[in-house]
Write a protein that binds this ligand. Structure first.
Ligand code: SAM
Length: 287
């Protein structure tokens, strides 16, 4: 079946008198080769259920529906629904849900639309204005998601794959790598969207782990330390940790850092996941 060519996209936008809403991060893909590459990264099988966030005009949705068993597409913009009805009319394995993806319990949604499935996939050209909260929503809620294939701004892709000590390395890097293995699949130029975004994009593949790659006694304590370490990046670790816990003195932290074998004059942003876990476990035992 056919793709939504740039001509067809312009025709649709004109016929429905559709006004593009920047506030919803609407940049529609018009290059079928890129769309096919995204679908390829998702590695879909006919038995797969896929959740798409923000189907827009339905160009990616159509290609997903050709490869997967079921596609559930969640779109916030109600004015896109009549367009989707037209572009997806021939595709009988697609369910469109009008909702805010940030508020969705994906396990429940998939259960209702697809019946019980062990693991499903998420594929999306993400609305940029909520990229990080959406990624964290997918990962933090113990949904049965196996693979997440998402188009994000290049800068976000660099943050997701950043190494300790680099300027892109931050809470998002640590959090996402805690839950998933991250791979940047390919870069995407600005020219393949209507309207053209201001910056380049990249497609990233997150394979959700069965458990974190480091042993963590208490997840909340781990993330408290991670957030504190990055809050004021220029501070030494010892100074950054000072405000974490009213019960603990500077000497207490010095002792814990020494026990972990971590130099207290290092900056928090240089710690890798293993070091954060080690320190967090010492803190948890101490609490
Ligand atoms: N998938 C389409 C494509 O690739 O051409 C559209 C991608 S566009 C970057 C992002 C889409 O997400 C838009 O259709 C937008 O209306 C929708 N969207 C924005 N915020 C959303 C939210 N909170 N929940 C669900 N969809 C949202």
């Amino acid at each position: 079946m056919g793709s939504l060519t740039p001509g067809l996209v312009r025709d649709l936008l004109g016929r429905y008198n559709f006004r593009i809403k920047k506030g919803f991060g609407q940049n529609f893909l018009i290059d079928d080769n890129i769309i096919k590459k995204i679908v390829e990264v998702a590695g879909l099988k006919p038995t797969d259920t896929v959740v798409e966030i923000g189907p827009g005009l339905g160009s990616l949705t159509r290609r997903l529906s050709e490869k997967a068993g079921r596609v559930i597409a969640v779109e916030i913009d109600s004015t896109l629904l009549p367009i989707l009805e037209e572009t997806l009319s021939e595709y009988d394995n697609v369910t469109i849900i009008e909702a805010d993806a940030l508020k969705i319990d994906f396990n429940r949604l998939v259960g209702e639309c697809s019946g019980p499935v062990e693991r499903y996939k998420i594929v999306a050209n993400l609305p940029y204005y909520i990229t990080s909260p959406l990624i964290m929503h997918f990962l933090e809620n113990s949904f049965n998601v196996g693979r997440i294939v998402i188009m994000v701004q290049e800068e976000v892709a660099r943050r997701l794959a950043a190494m300790p000590g680099s300027k892109e390395y931050g809470v998002l890097t640590v959090a996402v790598n805690y839950y998933a293995s991250v791979e940047t699949a390919f870069r995407v130029p600005r020219t393949v969207f209507i309207p053209k975004p201001e910056v380049g994009s990249a497609v990233v593949c997150l394979d959700v782990r069965d458990g974190p790659p480091v042993s963590v006694l208490n997840r909340d304590n781990f993330f408290v330390l991670v957030r504190a370490a990055f809050q004021q990046r220029r501070k030494t670790l010892l100074n950054a940790l000072g405000g974490v816990d009213k019960q603990l003195s500077r000497e207490d932290w010095l002792g814990m850092l020494n026990e972990a074998g971590i130099d207290p004059s290092r900056r928090g942003e240089t710690l890798d996941l293993g070091e954060f876990a080690l320190l967090a476990n010492i803190y948890t035992r101490r609490k």
